[in-house]
Design a protein around this ligand. Structure first.
Ligand code: 6GU
Length: 239
C-alpha cells in the first residue's frame, strides 16, 4: 500500500514512520510513504502558502492553489485519483472500521492542515473523507496522519508477523483488552493470577472475558452498553 501525505512538515512524517513496525514494512517494500511538501507549490517568490482569513479573525488560512497543485503532482505521478483523507478536528471520529476500509485501498492520500485550516474551496475540490482522531486540539494534522497510517498499516497483509498478529484480537469483539502477564511469576510480592498458570484453556478464556467486560464497563460505558445490547439480541435469536 502506498501513502501520499500532503504536508508543510514532510520530515515529521518520514521521521515518525521510518521506525519500528512501519519502518520495517517500508524497508520490505510492503508499504511506501511519500511526503509531498505543499510549500514546494507556493505561488510567490517568498514561498508563502497562507494568508489572512476573509471576514477577519485570528490566525492564517492555507491557500487553495498550493494544496491543489500538491495533490495534482500525486495524481499525475501515479496516474489515478486516490481517496483524500483530510485530517481535521471537524471530521468524523476515526475508528477501527474506517482503518479496515482504508486498508483496502492501493493508494491513500492524506492531507494535513496547519494554522486555522485550509481554504474551503481546495477541500471541496479534492477531499473525499474528513477525519478527526479525537476531541482535543492539536497544532497540525501530521500526528493525526501518522496515527491513521499506523492503524491502517497494521491491517495490510505482511506488515505484522505472526507474533504481532496475535495482538490483533483486541478491539475486534467490541471490548477492551484483558490484562496480560509474563515472567516472573512473582514480582515484588505480586503474583500472576493462578488461573493463568492452570493450563485450563476454558477457564483462562472465561477469566479473560470477565476481565474484558469489567474494564469495558469501567472505562468505556458506551462500548459496554453496546456489548450488553448485542449479547441480549444474540440471546433473543436463540429462543
Ligand atoms: Cl485530525 N487535526 C488537528 N489539528 N487536531 C486534531 C485532530 C486533527 N484530531 C483531533 N484533534
Amino acid at each position: 500500500m502506498r501513502f501520499h501525505v500532503l504536508t508543510l512538515f514532510p520530515q515529521m512524517i518520514l521521521d515518525g514512520l521510518n521506525t519500528s513496525i512501519t519502518g520495517r514494512a517500508i524497508q520490505n517494500g510492503i508499504l511506501s510513504v511519500d511526503a509531498v511538501n505543499i510549500r514546494d507549490f507556493a505561488e510567490n517568490k517568498y514561498m508563502k502558502v497562507d494568508d489572512y482569513p476573509y471576514g477577519g479573525g485570528a490566525g492564517l488560512v492555507m491557500q487553495p492553489g498550493p494544496v491543489c497543485s500538491a495533490y495534482k503532482s500525486v495524481t499525475e505521478r501515479i496516474g489515478k485519483k486516490p481517496r483524500v483523507v483530510y485530517m481535521t478536528p471537524q471530521g468524523y471520529p476515526f475508528t477501527q472500521q474506517m482503518a479496515q476500509e482504508f486498508a483496502q485501498e492501493e493508494d491513500l492520500c492524506i492531507l494535513c492542515g496547519h494554522y486555522e485550516g485550509i481554504d474551503e474551496r481546495a477541500l471541496e475540490k479534492i477531499v473525499t473523507d474528513y477525519v478527526s482522531i479525537g476531541d482535543y486540539v492539536l497544532t497540525g494534522g501530521e500526528l493525526p496522519a501518522m496515527v491513521v497510517i499506523d492503524a491502517v498499516s497494521r491491517l495490510v497483509p505482511g506488515v505484522l508477523n505472526n507474533k504481532e498478529s496475535a495482538e490483533t484480537e483486541s478491539f475486534e469483539n467490541g471490548l477492551l483488552e484483558y490484562p496480560q502477564y509474563t515472567r516472573p511469576v512473582e514480582f515484588e510480592g505480586m503474583r500472576v493470577p493462578d488461573i493463568l498458570l492452570s493450563g485450563h484453556h476454558g477457564n483462562v478464556d472465561a477469566w479473560r472475558l470477565e476481565k474484558s467486560v469489567e474494564r469495558t464497563k469501567k472505562y468505556r460505558p458506551d462500548l459496554y452498553e453496546a456489548y450488553v445490547k448485542e449479547q441480549e439480541s444474540l440471546q433473543d435469536k436463540k429462543k
